[in-house]
Design a protein around this ligand. Sequence first.
Ligand SMILES: [Zn+2]
Ligand SMILES: [Zn+2]
Length: 346
Amino acid sequence: MDFLTLFGVYVVVVLTCIVLVCKYAGQEQTPWGRYYNSVTTVVSPCVPLWLKRLFSKALHKLFHERNNAFIYTHLLLEGAVYAEYSYEVFGHCKEMDTTLTNLYIPYVLLVLHLYLFYLCCSRDPGTVTKAKHATQVKVYPYDGELFHPGEMCPTCNLVKPARSKHCRVCNRCVQRFDHHCVWVNNCIGAQNTRYFLMYLLSVCAMAGDMAILTVDLLLNVVARTGIMYAHYVDAQGQQQPTGMAFVVQHLFLTFPRIVFMLGFLIFVFFLLAGYVMFHLFLTLGNHTSNEWVKARGRGCQHCHPHSGHRCHSSFNPLRGFYSRGLLKNLREIFVPLKPLKKKKQK
Ligand SMILES: [Zn+2]
Ligand SMILES: [Zn+2]
């Protein structure tokens, strides 16, 4: 396989992953999601009707009904990366002077990550039930802008607690609803946001650590072979010095699977690091993704260009309606709030 074919396959695989992960990481209102929507609008007239129906049916089943497809995809991708790491990177690094402790860290992170992944998938996010409703409704006060007292969920037939939302995929109302994540096939809510955040951090740590080990390996290969300062003979028979482009091409052809894996790891690391930062920003301001989307989408009922009203949903981390200070906001993720106690009347 020549370099261009290999590079073409690589670009297609990485771009497919980018579109899939960005659109379906749980945030539908991302720039990538909007980009995806505009691309489908352009392509749509060229696709036959039967194919469109089949495609939309499959998409509906995949993204609007609870299923384990993304959990299996997740495990498959992880399995492929770890197989490649164990099969090639581990051996090559062992031949260099990388210590065994450093080489085993990705496996330790994997165990921790799988445990967090299991917790995200299996723990109740804070389902609003008839039995617990009386206490759940007292956890947060209604802000009067995004959440109003007395609003009913027609499906659950219950008054919606403040900050809750009905998840159409799981068909239930969830306390302090953040979003429905297809990768863990579960809602992210009051009771499992902590696992979700730690799970994201564990993926970043895994991807970052393995990427550093792989880059170290490739740099070692470049230094050992001296390819950076070598020469090659071009089509005219002239000797030319090798540059960065030549080295990248050489590594691509010599270690195609390792370079594929490295590109994927770097992509996952930066994507999830950005996502973690976004969630930390929300956490510190005591907001949820649902509230962020809601507030950006419609503003509050008092917002008007000439009203001079400053809406609390402008997402200043210190001024949100539910914000209780940075440390308390952070604590609330790890120790979910209990129902509000009414002050005793004197
Ligand atoms: Zn509901
Ligand atoms: Zn859900």
